[in-house]
Design a protein around this ligand. Structure first.
Ligand code: ZN
Length: 255
């Protein structure tokens, strides 16, 4: 895994959500420093295609493809075919982002808050993307806002497959976190969801979380690491080591 930090502002301005990097800590003796795994998240077919080109060009970038739940109304059978085609290039790591959001939606320019898309529309796009993930050995990065029950129902339809992935910016309950963990998902912590995720962190072990930025400032993962360490009453190095290992295992499961 590369230790080089690369900014990809060209593509990222098109994202509905903030760019996201996952922490990869390098440990030496009792010191650690943060480097990053840039997983370029997609929101639609255009950003999915751009990510695959970026992944081909830069080894630091893990290309992700997907149709964000805020854009699930763009999803058609042709979209599914196009995503599967991209997955078959062998350059894709994960379906990111997919999921369900029953709380809100942002307009394409990010300025206006809209009503969420109808659940049926979101479910159809989500189901198709889970199918693409299992068929192409990709993991899932999920956006869940108030929808864990619906997401679990879809997981049930795929119970014969080993689903795995990350619940990004997790904001659910302790019970929901446990359900996701039992399904093979890591709970992702960033500076912004940390206050909400506190009770969840108390019940999860370090083997069950990853650290992400969900912001333009990758250095924030080091702060998040510090905060998780003090909350768990362990050293920063322990948090760094465990969360790095969790992410590596997930990435290796796709090779
Ligand atoms: Zn999201």
């Amino acid at each position: 895994m590369s230790t080089v930090r690369l900014r990809v502002s060209g593509n990222r301005v098109a994202f509905l959500e903030k760019p996201r990097s996952y922490a990869v800590f390098s440990l030496s003796a009792r010191k650690y420093w943060a480097s990053y795994c840039d997983m370029a998240a997609a929101v639609d077919l255009t950003t999915s295609r751009t990510n695959v080109s970026l992944g081909e060009k830069y080894s630091q970038i893990r290309a992700c493809i997907g149709i964000h739940p805020w854009r699930a109304n763009m999803f058609t059978p042709e979209t599914e075919k196009a995503l599967v085609q991209l997955a078959k290039t062998g350059k894709v790591t994960a379906i990111s982002e997919t999921g369900i959001d029953v709380m809100r939606r942002r307009s394409d320019d990010f300025r206006t808050e809209l009503e969420p898309l109808p659940l049926e529309v979101q479910l159809e796009a989500f189901r198709a993307q889970v199918r693409a993930a299992v068929k192409n050995n990709l993991f899932l990065v999920l956006h869940d806002r108030g929808a864990s029950e619906e997401i679990m129902k879809v997981f049930e339809e795929f119970k014969e497959y080993p689903l795995r992935g990350i619940i990004h910016g997790f904001l659910g309950s302790v019970a929901e976190a446990r359900q996701y963990r039992d399904k093979g998902f890591l709970i992702s912590v960033n500076k912004r969801n940390l206050p909400a995720v506190n009770p969840v962190l108390e019940t999860l072990t370090l083997n069950e979380i990853v650290l992400e930025t969900d912001s333009n400032e990758p250095a924030q993962v080091a702060d998040t690491c510090d905060m998780v360490a003090s909350l768990k009453g362990v050293t920063k190095a322990e948090v760094a080591e465990a969360t790095t290992e969790n992410l590596k295992k997930l990435l290796e499961s796709c090779v």
